[in-house]
Design a protein around this ligand. Structure first.
Ligand code: SF4
Ligand code: SF4
Length: 308
């Protein structure tokens, strides 16, 4: 059993934090080959644990990304993170990413490996119409990368959704290499294909909560039965947990719905089986936005080439 990426989940649904159990899980993840760690949900609400996990990862040459709502960031935490200059990537997920310089005392510059703004556009969001100005402002504030997602189900009208996609495509073309667009391959302009999400490492990604419970990567918390590294080895849990097995056995070449007819299915499958599971209840359904466009009759039919 191999693990490439570990999501350490600092979620409110985690039980009481059990640092010694968590650290045991981290050690076992390293034994299983872990090369990347993502601290997700609310890592900075537990600054002591977040800093220890960061220290642990860096000392073992593991890539680390801190994914935090900006409201959790305090000058004290940022001061502590300076102990790891240039080693961590920070991602701020929200509609209006902050001015990073405002987060540090005395106008000091945030010294991190990469500063990423994850921007989710909803139909009513002002960024849907003002994204060029936003992008320019964020690069000027020191962000290295902008990651755009579009909340397709906030749009009543598929044509409006496609206009927003067009705007994000335009940004990806303008700021080549500095914009990630989490939009389906069929909607990417040809010159932006390299930002398309290829089949991920879902077979080698697991999550671990602060109290040592092992979960799937990005799925919502429905991972009963609960298996914890407090009582079993991580490698056994990864091998035996029904949900993890279901995800591991998911065959992206057998996705249902419109994906099964799409030219790009072998590159992107359904983009993120965990998201598809959260949205539709199964790993092997099509990406909901592509299915929606198909049902609305506006899916680009030139990419529908085969039916398995
Ligand atoms: S239809 Fe499926 S395979 Fe094609 S771009 Fe959309 S998500 Fe990817
Ligand atoms: S399924 Fe989604 S959350 Fe899981 S590893 Fe792939 S991209 Fe990440």
């Amino acid at each position: 059993m191999h693990i490439e990426t570990l999501y350490v989940r600092f979620a409110s649904e985690s039980g009481k934090a059990r640092p010694s159990v968590l650290y045991r899980g981290l050690e076992e993840a390293v034994e299983m080959g872990c090369k990347h760690m993502r601290l997700i949900d609310h890592p900075l609400r537990y600054p002591d644990i977040a800093l220890k996990v960061t220290e642990f990862a860096i000392s073992r040459d593991i890539d680390i990304e801190l994914d935090t709502p900006v409201d959790d960031v305090t000058p004290a935490v940022m001061e502590n993170l300076k102990a790891f200059p240039g080693d961590i990537a920070i991602l701020f997920p929200q509609d209006k990413p902050p001015n990073p310089q405002d987060l540090l005392p005395n106008g000091k510059r945030m010294n991190v490996k990469r500063l990423i703004a994850s921007i989710t556009i909803v139909s009513s969001s002002p960024v849907a119409t003002a994204s060029a100005e936003l992008a320019e402002a964020l690069f000027a504030r020191g962000f290295d990368l902008l990651k755009f997602s579009i909340l397709w189900n906030s749009y009543a009208d598929a044509t409006e959704y496609l206009q927003t996609v067009e705007m994000v495509n335009h940004l990806a073309s303008t700021y080549s290499g500095k914009v990630l667009a989490m939009i389906p391959w069929v909607l990417l302009k040809r010159e932006n294909f390299r930002v398309g999400r290829t089949v991920c490492q879902y077979k080698e990604t697991v999550g671990l909560t602060l109290d040592g419970v092992v979960t799937c990567c990005g799925t919502d918390p429905i991972w009963a039965p609960t298996f914890s590294v407090s009582s079993r080895r991580l490698c056994e849990i990864v091998r035996d947990h029904p949900a993890l097995r279901q995800l591991r056995e998911f065959d992206y070449t057998k996705v249902k719905g419109v994906c099964s007819q799409c030219l790009f299915s072998r590159y992107c499958a359904n983009q993120c089986p965990a998201y598809v599971f959260n949205t539709t209840g199964a790993f092997d359904n099509s990406l909901p936005e592509c299915q929606w466009l198909y049902e609305k009759g506006v899916f680009p039919h030139e990419f529908l080439i085969r039916k398995r």
